[in-house]
Design a binder for this molecule. Structure first.
Ligand code: HEC
Length: 239
């Protein structure tokens, strides 16, 4: 297995993703086709939802006779969605072949930040925190954009429009969850870039919505030009 460099490994909290999969498969078999240590269920053939349910079980301390072993594994990760997507995909693909270290690093970074964003949105106040959440999304999208050349080719800020659907905390959460699921199930650059396009588009819509509301306010608040006693005639300067 390729080793992730120590610098990168300390930068990122261990979300269990492909890089840690080598440990899992050493007990479960490269396609999760074995009874691990002779006792686990055969994971290959389980649905992604079933895998997630058993991982969530271990997170809560529930499992079989050897659950302690798996509780330790699951607690290394923060996100059982990404882990279940990983495991499920591994059961479908014959053999064991990891993406390159840079991809793993980029995916982990995205999974971790999207997970955190999801949690922030869930605990936010729908009435008060809309601006805060919008700012977080915009700055995340910007960071994503500047580091991803593939994404740059696919994004045109000038063409972005205000959102068609109403964006509030609930609809934003749905959009972010969709992006997160997309990232969880990406195992190559050209897959993950599609999820990022959706995310940057969300940020673009939020920016355009804000611009639209500022323009509207500006119109309402504009006072008429002074035309009373002593007024300077500026009509020739106005288009
Ligand atoms: C040292 C061996 C070992 C390692 C390493 C290991 N597992 Fe397991 N795994 C087990 C055993 C044993 C069980 C059954 C535990 C129990 O009694 O509930 C299990 C259960 C599971 C189950 C649920 C299947 C069932 O029996 O219900 C899943 C899913 C799973 N492991 C995934 C993983 C993943 C993902 C990793 C890597 C992050 C991993 N395992 C690492 C041994 C291992």
């Amino acid at each position: 297995m390729k080793k992730i460099s120590i610098v990168l490994a300390t930068l990122i909290a261990p979300v269990i993703l492909m890089a840690d999969m080598d440990r899992c498969v050493s007990c479960h078999g490269v396609d999760f086709e074995k009874k691990a240590l002779g006792v686990s269920k055969i994971v290959k053939g389980m649905s992604e939802a079933e895998i997630k349910a058993s991982l969530d079980g271990y997170k809560k301390g529930i499992g079989g006779a050897m659950k302690d072993l798996m509780i330790a594994e699951v607690n290394l990760g923060v996100d059982t969605d990404a882990m279940a997507a990983d495991v499920y995909t591994e059961t479908l693909i014959a053999g064991f072949d990891e993406p390159n270290d840079e991809f793993i690093f980029q995916k982990r970074l995205s999974v971790k930040t999207l997970h955190k964003l999801k949690m922030n949105i869930k605990k936010s106040d729908p009435k008060k925190d809309m601006g805060k959440i919008a700012s977080q999304i915009k700055s995340m999208a910007f960071t994503m954009y500047i580091y991803d050349d593939l994404l740059k080719e696919k994004i045109d800020f000038k063409k972005m429009k205000p959102s068609v659907e109403k964006l509030n905390i609930k609809t934003i959460l749905q959009r972010v969850e969709k992006v997160k699921t997309c990232v969880d199930h990406s195992f190559a650059e050209k897959e993950i870039v599609k999820c990022r396009v959706d995310f940057v588009n969300l940020a673009g819509e939020l920016t355009q919505n804000k611009a639209k509301s500022i323009r509207a306010k500006q119109k309402i608040n504009k006072l008429p030009i002074y035309t009373g006693e002593g007024a300077v005639d500026i009509s020739k300067y106005l288009k």
